[in-house]
Design a protein around this ligand. Structure first.
Ligand SMILES: C[S@@+](CC[C@H](N)C(=O)[O-])C[C@H]1O[C@@H](n2cnc3c(N)ncnc32)[C@H](O)[C@@H]1O
Length: 272
């Protein structure tokens, strides 16, 4: 007799992943799943699980199979056109929320919003802020718009490449971005979950710094004097990003470490 327990044991998947797929198929809580894990299963449920199991065994990320990923304690829809939000990026959101704490009605810009994870988390964490978010990918913007609606966040979404999206928008108090920062040909692009994510979201196709450079160099014209720019970047890019910010007229330039002790976010205050 087929049961959740017997099929999970032979699935080739870690127990937690098998359970997450079963919860998705049967639409039940984990507690209910475990309490009934020896019940007989309908053949249709077994077939549905087998289809998801095959996708997972081929390496497809759990988030794409389930259709969502948790970020800052909320569920964000993800799809093949979006990066899967990473826990590392919570540092950028927390840094932004700290910065916004005592500001009355700040204007905030998130560039390359993907699922909208950063923009929506900032909008919900700083209700006084007016948040604008951009992306060049129409697929990503459609997902971000649905996430904003589902999570009850007010975010203005604009389409276009970096600052080209911002016709008539400037005077921001804060710009944040987690742009594509993996260099072309980096072996990480061939490994794990990343193989399934859109190349546009991962790599600038050049040296890994070109999107960061574009964002830093264009920020001054869109920021108020005394406003801030915070950027997420790769594990070995903090020094280069600090130099870009200093060359572009930013002061109080500093990098912040993620939970693994890696410099992950760099920012500064625009002085000129
Ligand atoms: C690393 S992903 C970050 C997604 C999201 N902000 C997050 O942290 O989960 C980079 C995003 O930048 C977008 N992007 C790539 N090139 C762009 C461009 N030229 N202009 C605007 N957005 C771009 C991608 O579509 C992708 O959504």
């Amino acid at each position: 007799m087929d049961s959740v327990r017997s099929i999970s044991q032979d699935s080739g998947l870690p127990r937690l992943e098998a359970h997450m797929l079963w919860q998705h198929v049967l639409n039940v809580s984990r507690a209910r799943l475990i309490a009934h894990d020896t019940d007989a299963l309908a053949p249709e449920a077994v077939a549905s699980f087998r289809a998801l199991q095959a996708r997972r065994l081929s390496g497809e990320p759990m988030a794409y199979i389930l259709g969502y990923k948790e970020f800052m304690g909320r569920e964000f829809e993800v799809g093949p056109g979006t990066l899967i939000p990473r826990p590392d990026t919570e540092l950028l959101v927390e840094t932004a929320l700290d910065y916004l704490q005592d500001r009355l009605a700040p204007l905030v810009l998130d560039m390359g919003t993907g699922t909208g994870a950063i923009a929506i988390s900032v909008a919900l964490g700083a209700p006084n802020a007016k948040v604008t978010a951009t992306d060049v990918s129409a697929d990503a913007l459609a997902v971000a718009q649905r996430n904003a609606q589902k999570l009850g966040a007010e975010v203005e979404f604009l389409s276009g490449s970096w600052y080209d999206a911002l016709v008539g928008h400037s005077g921001f108090d804060l710009i944040v971005s987690n742009p594509p920062y993996i260099a072309a040909g980096d072996p990480h692009l061939e490994q794990g979950d990343v193989r399934f994510e859109p190349m546009l979201a991962l790599s600038d196709g050049v040296d890994g710094l070109s999107a960061l450079r574009t964002i830093v160099q264009g920020a001054g014209a869109r920021l108020k004097p005394g406003a801030a720019l915070f950027l997420e970047h790769g594990w070995d890019q903090a020094l280069a990003v600090r130099q870009l910010l200093q060359q572009a007229g930013f002061a109080r330039v500093a990098s912040l470490k993620d939970l693994a002790g890696i410099e992950r976010v760099t920012g500064g205050i625009y002085n000129q």
